[in-house]
Design a binder for this molecule. Structure first.
Ligand SMILES: NC(=O)c1ccc[n+]([C@@H]2O[C@H](COP(=O)([O-])OP(=O)(O)OC[C@H]3O[C@@H](n4cnc5c(N)ncnc54)[C@H](OP(=O)(O)O)[C@@H]3O)[C@@H](O)[C@H]2O)c1
Length: 221
């Protein structure tokens, strides 16, 4: 896909992977609109808490009113909880994490698909995690949110393919981002640079036939 002049929406596009993606798309000539819980409601940065469906719909409406279409919608906003065995988890925090990682992705995809069906084109990219591919001790809540988001993503891909809408799943391994501000994992220094991951995501999209299920693991040395 040629990215020049494409209208790209990135939820959680102000830090980490989302910010790196915004830079990569801008360098390819795309018009990028980012959102986060903060937002400053400028042209390119809109407040939209992905836990709130109305705010996500309003984000889509703002972009459509201004640009008339959405070419690419990236459900990137996500949160994390420090490692803990299940019996020590604060379930209120897990609930909030599921609101962001699962429901935020569902609200975003729904808002994008409503518009993309009218257009008969569009690409949705859901940022999942390698934690959606295997259960890992210490992150049962996070893993559950990402497994669920993966199931949702694979289901909507089948729903919308007839309408010319592509759905791409990305499974990154560990990246050095603000995700771990509360507590860094022990091997954090070995985590990937989010810019390298963003570059691979954009390169995949530029292929004639992008991979629908792209795993980006950190190199093992
Ligand atoms: N870092 C990793 O090792 C890793 C590995 C695999 C997958 N991932 C996935 O990659 C994605 C990005 O994570 P990251 O590592 O780049 O994290 P990050 O540096 O913490 O950035 C997260 C972004 O999401 C926004 N955000 C958080 N809660 C939000 C909400 N309720 N509504 C709207 N925006 C919200 C944040 O902005 P505000 O806080 O200002 O709202 C920020 O822009 C997530 O889906 C994560 O699960 C990360």
């Amino acid at each position: 896909m040629e990215l020049k002049d494409k209208i790209v929406v990135i939820t959680g596009g102000t830090k980490g992977l989302g910010k790196a993606l915004a830079l990569e798309f801008e360098q390819s000539g795309a018009k990028v609109i980012v959102s986060s819980r903060q937002g400053n409601d400028t042209e390119n940065y809109i407040k939209a808490d992905v836990r709130n469906e109305n705010e996500v719909q309003s984000l889509a409406k703002t972009v459509i009113d201004k640009y008339g279409r959405i070419d690419i919608w990236i459900n990137n906003a996500g949160i994390w909880l420090p490692h803990a065995p299940v019996e020590e988890i604060d379930m209120k925090r897990v609930h909030d994490m599921v609101e962001v990682n699962l429901f935020g992705t569902m609200y975003g995809a729904k808002a994008a698909i409503i518009q993309m069906r009218k257009q008969n084109f569009g690409t949705i990219i859901n940022i999942l995690s390698t934690s959606a591919l295997e259960g890992r001790a210490g992150i049962s809540g996070y893993g559950a949110s990402k497994f669920a988001a993966m199931g949702f993503t694979q289901a909507i891909r089948k729903e919308v393919e007839e309408a010319g809408i592509k759905v791409v799943s990305i499974y990154p391994g560990g990246m050095q981002t603000n995700f771990f501000d509360e507590k860094q994992p022990a091997n954090y220094q070995k985590y990937m640079d989010p810019q390298e991951v963003a570059s691979k995501i954009v390169q995949n999209l530029q292929k004639d036939i992008p991979e629908e299920e792209l795993i980006i693991k950190r190199p093992t040395a």
